[in-house]
Ligand binder design. Structure first.
Ligand SMILES: Cc1ncc(COP(=O)(O)O)c(C=O)c1O
Length: 432
């Protein structure tokens, strides 16, 4: 080309959760059969669609309106319904213009970071979900600006570190976090949430809270929406139905825009967000139309409770599997449906291996592990040895080494088999 096409920041567009899949397919083509433990899709992992939710969607297919475009901001009746739900929490109050629909949170995240000027920065926790961290970093040649979540303290956020970084980096315009969190499964305490809000207020920042897992809390944790604690600080909460109907293929999510009209810069940013949405005509209509019907159905609260109870059981099961594996650190997760296993410093190195029977697979894996981080090396060996595909923790923009698996396998026997195979393989790898 006459001129270089891409900006330098595109090298930050990394999404390990999917990239590892490509490598897994190569390993599968060489003869291994793969157990997918990397993607957060409950349907793919065998959870049946809830019959009454399916019926609501089936009824909507018969309505011609569900086949058309809807207003760019989203279906008016649904936006009114969702605004009312926010107001009923008793915190920040909004009207329907405080709800903006998008084609899934991943789509929202893209816009959120793209519309922030190049040298302004958004700080987020480490580990962080790569859709957020990569999109933030791709805007320039940046390293991510992060504050740590501490695996030794149930992944509690280091608020002193956050406060200091905000204080000494005037280019920071916002704090972003995922709540409940992916990959750590942590649910922030109300005290920590309020402390984050306070830092934002003190330094005139806005907040971004990805609440895709808001209604998947267990092991003593309860849903706490940002809108309940935000008071007068401008913020964006990101919500969706991918994980809670669950219907990830609907590509349906929305912003709760909190405290518009309190800061001119924030309002200008929101106008840009809405205008960017207008360019796309609209987001998926039918899933939006389903929301008031599903959310207000008397069966929905029980549906959420039942699913949270399932993940509680599975989180305990995973915790019990790994808690006494020497060299690892695990906590009992309280939200979302992932389980991270962290290795203590010095436990992983670039010499460890696992036996791989199939010579084609072995040769491929031995080629793949050259020059990669020690946890990615483990992940490749796991795929070659026992076919289990997990995501290396270093793919979540952090210094910790480990891996993240899901709690999604619906078949109990298969899930337990995967857990015990993983446990044995890790012990053998560490000892090798
Ligand atoms: C934290 C987080 N946000 C957003 C998404 C994607 O949500 P959506 O399907 O609405 O794009 C995921 C998917 O795994 C996620 O883990």
């Amino acid at each position: 080309m006459r001129t270089k096409i891409v900006p330098p920041g595109v090298k930050h567009l990394e999404y390990e959760i999917r990239q590892i899949v490509e490598d897994a397919h190569r390993i599968a083509a060489a003869g291994a059969s793969i157990i997918w433990e990397n993607i957060g899709d409950p349907i793919e992992m065998g959870e049946p669609v809830t019959p009454w939710i399916r019926e609501i969607v089936q009824e909507l297919v018969t309505e011609d309106k569900s086949w058309g475009y809807c207003p760019s901001r989203g279906v008016n009746q649904t936006r009114e319904f969702l605004a009312e739900q926010v107001n009923m929490r008793g915190g920040a109050q909004i009207n329907r213009d405080g709800i903006l629909f998008v084609n899934g949170i991943a789509d929202a995240v893209d816009k959120v970071y793209d519309l922030v000027q190049k040298d302004a920065r958004i700080i987020m926790p480490s580990p962080s979900y790569p859709t957020h961290s990569s999109n933030e970093a791709k805007r320039g040649e940046y390293n991510n600006l992060t504050f740590p979540l501490d695996p030794e303290q149930n992944w509690k956020p280091d608020l002193d570190d956050l406060r200091n970084k905000v204080k000494y980096n005037p280019q920071i315009v916002a704090i972003a976090f995922v709540h409940p969190d992916n990959p750590t499964g942590t649910v922030y305490s109300e005290e920590d949430m309020r402390a984050i809000v306070e830092i934002a207020r003190q330094y005139n920042l806005f907040l971004i809270c990805d609440e895709i897992y808001a209604h998947i809390c267990y092991n003593g944790a309860k849903t706490l929406h940002l809108s309940s604690v935000i008071e007068d600080v401008p913020a964006l909460s990101l919500r969706g139905i991918s994980k809670e109907y669950p219907w990830p293929g609907a590509r349906c999510g929305w912003f709760e825009i909190l405290n518009q009209g309190k800061d001119e810069d924030f309002d200008e940013y929101i106008r840009a967000l809405v205008n960017a949405k207008m360019m796309e005509v609209c987001s998926t209509t039918l899933p939006q139309m389903s929301i008031p019907r599903v959310f207000s159905d008397p069966r929905y609260p029980q549906h959420l409770k039942d699913r949270a109870a399932v993940y509680e059981t599975r989180a305990c099961e995973a915790y019990d599997t790994f808690k006494d594996v020497e060299g690892t650190m695990v906590t009992l997760t309280q939200g979302a449906f992932y389980f991270p296993v962290v290795f203590r410093k010095g436990v992983l190195n670039d010499k460890q291996t696992l036996p791989i029977e199939n010579p084609n697979v072995r040769t491929l894996v031995e080629g793949m592990v050259k020059g990669v981080s020690p946890d990615k090396r483990l992940v490749y060996y796991l795929m070659g040895h026992c076919g289990i595909c997990v995501t290396p923790l270093s793919g979540f923009h952090c210094d910790l080494l480990g891996f993240r698996m899901t709690l999604l396998q619906h078949n109990d026997a298969r899930r337990r088999q995967t857990l015990s195979t993983l446990r044995g393989a890790i012990q053998a790898y560490i000892a090798s």
